[in-house]
Design a protein around this ligand. Sequence first.
Ligand SMILES: [Zn+2]
Length: 432
Amino acid sequence: MIWNPERECADRQQMHELQSSQLTAMIQRLYNNVPFYRNKLKEAGVEPGDIRSVDQLKQLPFTTKTDLRDNYPFGLFTVPQEDVVRIHASSGTTGKPTVVGYTQHDIELWAEVVARGLTMAGIHSNDTIQIAYGYGAFTGGLGLHYGAEKVGATVIPISTGNTKKQLQFMIDFRATILACTPSYAAYLGESILKEGISPADIRLRAGVLGAEPWTNEMRKEIEKLLNIKAYDIYGLSEVIGPGVSMECSCQCGNHVFEDHFIPEIIDPETLEVLPDGELGELVFTTVSKEAMPLLRYRTHDLSRLHREKCDCGRTLVRMDKCLGRTDDMLIIRGVNVFPSQVESVLMEITETSPHYQLIIRRENNLDTLEILVEIDEKNWSDSIRELEGIRQRIDHNIKSTLGISAKVRLVEPNSMERSEGKSTRVIDYRKC
Ligand SMILES: [Zn+2]
């Protein structure tokens, strides 16, 4: 089933016209209501009437996270406070949090895109969805919540944490869908095994997983642990929250809801727009949002765009699963390394669990990479010779994938800290 066939299967010409008219109206609104954008557009030599087509997007200025912080808290809102019905804010690990506002229309739009996404994963009114994303200022919990209610599913708004209660609710309330971060899904899967819960008591059939980058190898691991089909949902609070894009059953990239969020891929160095199929930084323009529309917002997420027709029948552009962020890229001994590359290697090794950590140091002016990998419970009892064999295999595969060698250290099962939200995969002591 397709939630909104008119939009999700629109022909390219129709989509182009819709995006163009929405962009024209958006530029006018930004110019009239937000001094920050008025100045930016003037600097770029753009008058509102100049923009008539989405093809002109590349002439327009970018918006960055720093712009959001500089205009903290409400400087980028285009509507008066009386029209704002909700505020979300990012955790703000460095500096001020980034604030996002929603009008009633924006909340409905959010529910609509999440409903489209959940429908892609085959979720409907007979499902019970356990939402183990954080509720609160973070957009994960409430974002999924309204879309799940819109498709008529039964919602368990359990939020993050309290794994014992998660498992009890999952069993007693017969949850069929799990929504959380991929690392927490893996942890829940392991907990089911550890508690000796019978697979017959777990009725999950699909996972709606996102909020952190994860590889296809990690997907296989989670699918095996929980006996589900795992779908990727992508979003970021600045754009709306979860529901910017979602995987259909073909799992060949996430369909972007481009009637609301127009994606571009740029070269993060030159800022030039890259052609379809090339890897670069994702940029979004939110043409239909009322309270805080963003013009060419730089996400720092790395992806590619594809426009070939998808077997599911949707014509919406697809983005590759995000495998990292421009600021996740580590430069180790002059080589570009993404944590996702390491994850891909580790997930291919069946004797390891999906828990690992990268530790980077600088010793005698030389960068060192240490990789801690947790061994699967079943294999920990193996002889030292067998463990050494596993270690050497990881060592070899890391070297051939990354092009640099790393010190691989195997650690005991369940010895690494588990995360209920986003996990800490990288510790870079060079920055401390
Ligand atoms: Zn599709």
